[in-house]
Design a protein around this ligand. Structure first.
Ligand code: AMP
Length: 212
C-alpha cells in the first residue's frame, strides 16, 4: 500500500505516520527527516537545503524528487510505504505519478488542525537529534533538556520559531494544500481525520479509516 499523510505543519503527521507505518509493517518515509539528516551530515544536498529550511521555504523540487525517488526504490519499499512531507507541490505529485503510474498512491490521510492550535503546538515542540518529539506542556521530556528515549539533548528546531512557522503555514496554504483538490480529482481514497485529540485515539481513527 502506498499511502500519503497530508496536513499542515504541526498537524501530527510525523507522529501518526510513524505509528501507522509500524502497525502496517511498511517504511515511514519523511523528506523533512531525510533533509535534516543531510544537513547534519553536511552533504552537498544538506548544504543546498540548510538556509532554505531555516527560512521555512521549500527545497527545490528537482532535489527533493531525486532524493525521494531513490528512497522509494530501495528494497524495504517494494510492498509500499507511508510518505510524510512529500509531495508538497503539484510538480512533486506529478513525479510520483510518473514513477508509479496512475495517481502514484493508493490512499491519502488528510489530518486537519486549525491554525491557532498549530501555532501552539509548533512553538512548544522540542526534538532530539534522533527525531524523538516532545511538547513543553503536553509531552515534556521527564528530565527537561534530555531525551527520555535516547539521552541526547532536546532543543527547538530552527524552523519551529514563530516567524518561520508563519512562513511555513503560508507555504503550506499556497503550494501544498492544493494537493487535496489534486488527489480529490483522482482515483484514490481520501480519509479526512480530525487531528485534535489524544495521540492514541487519532491513530485508532486512522487505522479504522484505512481498514474500512
Ligand atoms: P518537515 O519536517 O516535513 O516539516 O520539513 C521540514 C522542511 O524541510 C520544510 O519546511 C522544507 O524546507 C523541507 N522539505 C521537507 N520536505 C520537502 C518537500 N517535499 N519539498 C520541499 N521541501 C521539503
Amino acid at each position: 500500500m502506498r499511502l500519503l499523510f497530508l496536513g499542515p505543519p504541526g498537524a501530527g503527521k510525523g507522529t501518526q505516520a510513524k505509528r501507522v507505518a509500524a502497525e502496517l509493517g511498511i517504511p515511514h518515509i519523511a523528506t523533512g527527516d531525510m533533509l535534516r539528516q543531510a544537513v547534519a551530515e553536511g552533504t552537498e544536498l544538506g548544504l543546498q537545503a540548510r538556509a532554505i529550511m531555516e527560512r521555512g521555504d521549500l527545497v527545490p523540487d528537482n532535489l527533493v524528487i531525486a532524493m525521494l525517488l531513490e528512497r522509494v526504490g530501495r528494497d524495504d519499499a517494494t510492498d509500499g510505504f507511508i510518505l510524510d512531507g512529500f509531495p508538497r507541490t503539484i510538480a512533486q505529485a506529478e513525479a510520483l505519478e510518473a514513477r508509479f503510474g496512475g495517481a502514484g498512491l493508493d490512499a491519502a490521510v488528510v489530518i486537519e488542525v486549525d491554525t491557532e492550535e498549530i501555532v501552539r503546538r509548533i512553538s512548544g515542540r522540542r526534538v532530539c537529534p534522533n527525531g524523538h518529539v516532545f511538547h513543553i506542556d503536553e509531552a515534556p521530556s521527564s528530565t527537561g533538556g534530555v531525551c527520555d528515549q535516547c539521552g541526547d539533548s532536546v532543543y527547538q528546531r530552527e524552523d519551529d520559531r514563530a516567524e518561520t512557522v508563519r512562513n511555513r503555514l503560508h507555504v503550506y496554504r499556497d503550494l501544498t494544500e492544493p494537493l487535496i483538490a489534486f488527489y480529490g480529482a483522482r482515483d484514490i481514497t481520501m480519509h479526512v481525520i480530525d487531528g485534535v485529540g489524544g495521540v492514541d485515539a487519532i491513530t485508532d481513527a486512522i487505522m479504522a479509516a484505512l481498514n474500512s
